[in-house]
Design a protein around this ligand. Structure first.
Ligand code: ZN
Length: 390
């Protein structure tokens, strides 16, 4: 039985739930990233309160430190992290691109050199799946081989073929549809025909879900969107669809409109640590001198602990200047609440058959600046649950 239960569609956009061993995930869903088994500076209960149903952890990093066997002995990721919801683990394929020079690839698998102690970690497709199961992941990702934007066509084609062979081996190694769902990853470089072909091959392997990988690797946003749309053409509607590594509000809503169900990105917490708040009127940088005596909250109407708690931009700016980690915490909570609200708005709008209008309002708000009237209206709509315009 499929783990996906759709409750409404609006054009290509859809809403519903993904069933996992640790509960249901409301779709479309944004997954905060907890690379090392923690969403940086945020308590799990706070992550939940920001609207997240599911987290992403990185199997590659956790296998190196503290090690899968230790995590298994300590009761698994959920027990260790005190997070009682679902967890999706990334296989390590992304690190084959991002850690250029510390990983080598052959047809049998990948070899990583630990940045912590220089030791070697050998991962085959079968071992990647077993490793994630040992960590206790609800959603296991196949080992894949992405390529950076600008890679030669022959290099991308070879990586895509390898990804397909590895997907078959992962599929044989793990039955899926049990405690651990198994998602395949489609690649195809930056060629639309290859993207379609890869999505068709991977979708044909009958995974519990299909991810589109190898995007957000330096390509311009229109290329990213075109590649994702090409792949989506070949992923059947009854299969959960996940685009890895996105993104901005505009990217997320473009992809929700194209029928994508799941996303992950380090952006909200990384921006928070740089003093940047995501708002319905676009990004707000606390580094700007204009906020030195600005007593307004980051965003009027935002229910997060920073805004609802009465913390001013002036105070937060001061905390950043003083290097106080409370600033990182409060901005992370705000940014995660912002993306949680974006998804609440999307789900509600799809259920009301008003997704196109919702997307237009969000984009108009983003164009208006952090304190514009449309942005304030969008923020309020998200807090209350989106009400369709007449
Ligand atoms: Zn806020």
């Amino acid at each position: 039985m499929s783990a996906l239960a759709l409750t409404a569609t609006d054009g290509s956009a859809r809403t519903g739930t993904l069933r996992t061993a640790h509960g249901e995930v409301r779709l479309p869903a944004f997954m905060p990233v907890g690379t090392h088994a923690a969403v940086k500076a945020v308590h799990p209960a706070e992550v939940r309160a920001c609207g997240a149903d599911i987290l992403l952890c990185n199997a590659y990093h956790l296998a190196l430190r503290p090690g899968a066997d230790l995590i298994d002995r300590l009761g698994g990721l959920q027990e260790l992290m005190r997070w009682d919801g679902p967890i999706l683990t990334d296989s390590g394929g992304y690190q084959l691109v991002s850690l250029d020079g510390v990983a080598s690839i052959d047809d049998e698998g990948a070899t990583f050199v630990s940045p912590y102690d220089g030791s070697r970690l050998r991962v085959t497709p079968e071992e990647a799946v077993a490793l994630q199961a040992r960590l206790g992941a609800d959603v296991i990702m196949c080992l894949d081989h992405p390529v950076a934007y600008g890679a030669a066509a022959a290099v991308a084609a070879e990586a895509t073929e390898r990804t397909h062979r590895w997907a078959e081996r992962c599929r044989r190694a793990h039955p899926g549809r049990d405690r651990h769902l198994l998602f395949g990853i489609a690649q195809g470089g930056f060629d639309a025909t290859e993207r379609r072909r890869s999505a068709e091959v991977v979708a044909g392997l009958d995974f519990d879900g299909v991810a589109i990988g190898g995007l957000a690797l330096g390509e311009p946003p229109p290329v990213m969107e075109a590649m994702a749309r090409a792949a989506l053409e070949r992923i059947p509607g009854g299969v959960p669809r996940y685009v890895m590594g996105l993104g901005t509000d505009a990217e997320l809503l473009a992809m929700v409109g194209a029928g994508v169900d799941m996303f992950d990105c380090v952006l909200p917490t990384r921006l928070a640590r740089n003093g940047t708040a995501l708002t319905c009127g676009g990004r707000l940088s606390l580094r700007r001198a204009a906020h030195r005596d600005d007593l307004r909250p980051l965003e009027a109407g935002c229910p997060c602990p920073a805004c609802a708690g009465g913390f001013s931009r002036a105070y937060l700016r001061h905390l950043f200047a003083a290097g106080e980690i409370l600033a990182h915490r409060l901005l992370s909570l705000h940014n995660l609440t912002h993306l949680g609200g974006l998804m609440v708005g999307a789900r509600t709008a799809i259920a009301c058959g008003r997704f196109a209008g919702y997307r237009r309002e969000v984009l108009a708000g983003l164009a208006g600046g952090p304190d514009s009237l449309p942005a304030a209206a969008v923020a309020e709509a998200r807090t209350l649950g989106y009400t369709p315009a007449p």
